[in-house]
Design a protein around this ligand. Sequence first.
Ligand SMILES: Cc1cc2nc3c(=O)[nH]c(=O)nc-3n(C[C@H](O)[C@H](O)[C@H](O)COP(=O)(O)OP(=O)(O)OC[C@H]3O[C@@H](n4cnc5c(N)ncnc54)[C@H](O)[C@@H]3O)c2cc1C
Length: 432
Amino acid sequence: MARLPGPRPGLTDLGVLPGGDRMRPLIIGGGPAGTAAAITLAERGVPARLIDRRDPRAPDGRVCGGLLTPRAVRLLDALGIDARPLGRSIDSIDLMARGRQQRIEWPTSIDTGSNAGIVLSRDRLDAALLARAGELGVDVELGREALEPVIERGFVRGVRTVAASHEMTEPADLVLVADGANSTFGRALGTSRRQDWPYVSALRVVLHGTTTDRTNVEFHFDLERGPGDGLPGFGWVFPGDDDTVNIGVQVSSTARDATAVNLHALLEQLIERVADRWGVAEDPAEAAERAEGARTPVGDSIVPVAGPNFLVAGDAAGQANPLTGAGIEAALRLGIEAGEVMTAATRTAPDALQGFVPRVRAIHADHHKTGRQIVRLTGRPFGSRLLATIATTSWGAPTVMRFALAEFRSSGGAAETLHSVTKLLGRVAPEA
Ligand SMILES: Cc1cc2nc3c(=O)[nH]c(=O)nc-3n(C[C@H](O)[C@H](O)[C@H](O)COP(=O)(O)OP(=O)(O)OC[C@H]3O[C@@H](n4cnc5c(N)ncnc54)[C@H](O)[C@@H]3O)c2cc1C
């Protein structure tokens, strides 16, 4: 194990972190989670350093749908970024299955009172977040990859990094792991996925299309691997923030024989089905062939999210919504929480970091638990057919979307009842 030269800032000889402003947080990953934390720290006067391995000269067309919920838009507001002029406003959702269709308005967010989602390409979103962090004085370095932690007596004392083939060890006494779904750095610190909890596999392609005046998105609930053999997942069609269309499919690991599901074939069928309506001219098979995808851990399936002097946030912590696979809102929210907790740790004591765990729980533990139960149910063909039927009725469509987006009102209603019932069932039923 590489040793750090000389005295280490913020560490005593006993290997105990004393706290105090000498600590300088190091953030690994400049996606929504890492940048939200860096901005939060900087706004509170804590100088932070953020590294990301992506090539600074080449926006890489990040694999994402780019759909932001009204809550995500408000979280960006709170971070000092007005995302609205950067993206396309979305005010309605079409829920579709087997020739049926229901259009609903985007559910009004109980937290923000707003019902305006937006689509915004990830390159633009991430660029805006990184620029804001830089503006506030965060020491941002792109093109630098974290290789492995340097651990002594149970604490992270440094991080071995590489940029342009040049390796070095950076001192670190407070670390945020926000390196995304694969999180090799998190694994090196001992995080692991609960193997029997669901994850999602998604595939998307960005195509030229006719999107002028579009303010709607489509969700298709009739993904089937064969006649009557429905899958737990959906297809989506989002207009881009320019004349592009983002078409994708997502399937939960709760499907029978999930690893054998052919996402490319599902995507090809979906492109074929929507091409005329969205002005897509490209051959569906060729388009599906060049699609890119990823597996995302969801529903709090990664543990632990707090160590003696590190936190884990965003996809690295499996915090995306288990029902929708959407993780930008959660990454921003938990990134902000991580920034607040780290600020407290630099000012008081590092055990403040343990306060992150109850904060995460308070934000979405109930919803994620019921979400995990629902995707298990829809993992059976009858469950996915039931969802497709409910989602395309006039009463079911708003309930399904409000439930999926966790927009629960205290006044009660169908989504709240469903939430209470699944929560109750979740308590008595075993987790897996
Ligand atoms: C096909 C697809 C479509 C999706 N669509 C949507 C959507 O429409 N809406 C939505 O809300 N969510 C969507 N998601 C999920 C969303 O993309 C993620 O939940 C979100 O990006 C999580 O943010 P993050 O900051 O945790 O991780 P990331 O955005 O993955 O950021 C991690 C960063 O860490 C960097 N990094 C990784 N390893 C290292 C290392 N060793 N050293 C330094 N840097 C490193 C990476 O370069 C990256 O910039 C989609 C996911 C997929 C796969």
